[in-house]
Design a binder for this molecule. Structure first.
Ligand SMILES: NC(=O)c1ccc[n+]([C@@H]2O[C@H](COP(=O)([O-])OP(=O)(O)OC[C@H]3O[C@@H](n4cnc5c(N)ncnc54)[C@H](O)[C@@H]3O)[C@@H](O)[C@H]2O)c1
Length: 250
């Protein structure tokens, strides 16, 4: 996959999925910016990769902050000269059913999971248009395509909004050679689902849902993102790509 010298920003880049994406893109020659609320973990990952000879930078930021987005995009362009791809990967899940959730929790999830994608897109597009194109990859979920009886309704709502935000950005900005696609993983064993994975019965129930008989891995997601960022995906725009072993097929 051709991603050499592309400047790629990955939000939540120091988390479970983000770390795998950072490593795979950097090892394929991209210059990666790890953007994460956990500035210390982002910095440690950037150092680990830089020590091995790859080009990885870090910046602490809150993806729900408009000021942070404005500043970080300016910094990336100032230091790396361009911004070819943004992978909107940061996310949270407050695990409560709708009847127990309070409005502040609902709004917090909207801010981090959905508003972040709006802000990233708003600040990346002028840069990408100026340089002749770019690509945005939004992390939704199988829960941005279907309902799930054991997943908070707020999570499904935030991820469903990302699914159609992706298509509308793809439709409007394709003429600027800006591609926008989303990915939809099934359950992955990361810190995000630590409590679920700690319960063997719940973990097995998630596996049993999936026609291919296993959970999604961080490498499954990183490989899909490598492709979506690459030149080989240059005609993919507005795709909502499940990475789910077929769980959304029935
Ligand atoms: N793990 C799964 O089962 C699963 C399945 C489908 C989709 N997803 C999605 O994948 C994405 C990454 O999940 P993960 O499993 O790697 O989770 P994770 O908890 O391992 O990593 C998430 C990262 O996002 C960062 N983050 C959280 N809030 C932030 C904020 N406000 N600003 C900046 N960074 C912030 C965290 O510090 C962390 O490093 C999320 O959007 C999640 O919804 C996860």
């Amino acid at each position: 996959m051709t991603v050499r010298n592309k400047v790629v920003a990955i939000t939540g880049g120091a988390g479970g999925i983000g770390t795998a994406q950072t490593k795979l893109l950097a090892e394929n020659g991209a210059e990666v910016w790890v953007l994460d609320l956990a500035a210390d973990r982002a910095e440690a990952l950037a150092k680990e990769m830089t020590d091995m000879g790859w080009r990885v930078h870090s910046a602490g930021m809150d993806v729900a902050s408009e000021e942070n987005w404005k500043a970080v995009v300016e910094r990336i362009v100032a230091e790396s000269g361009r911004l070819d791809a943004v992978v909107n990967n940061a996310g949270i899940n407050i695990r409560k059913p709708i009847e127990e959730m309070v409005k502040d929790e609902w709004m917090k999830m909207m801010e981090v999971n959905t508003c972040s994608v709006f802000l990233a897109t708003k600040y990346a597009i002028p840069v990408m248009r100026r340089q002749g194109g770019g690509t945005i990859i939004n992390t939704s979920s199988i829960c941005g395509l279907i309902g799930h009886m054991n997943t908070p309704e707020a999570y499904t709502a935030t991820k469903g909004a990302v699914t159609l935000l992706t298509k509308s950005v793809a439709a409007r900005y394709g003429k600027d050679n800006i591609r926008c696609n989303s990915i939809h993983p099934a359950t992955i064993d990361t810190p995000f689902v630590a409590s679920l994975m700690a319960d063997p019965a719940k973990k097995q129930a998630r596996i049993d849902e999936i026609p291919l008989g296993r959970l999604t891995t961080v490498d499954d997601v990183a490989n899909a993102v490598l492709y979506l960022v690459s030149e080989e995906a240059s005609f993919l725009n507005g795709v909502n790509l499940p990475i789910d072993g077929g769980v959304t097929c029935y």
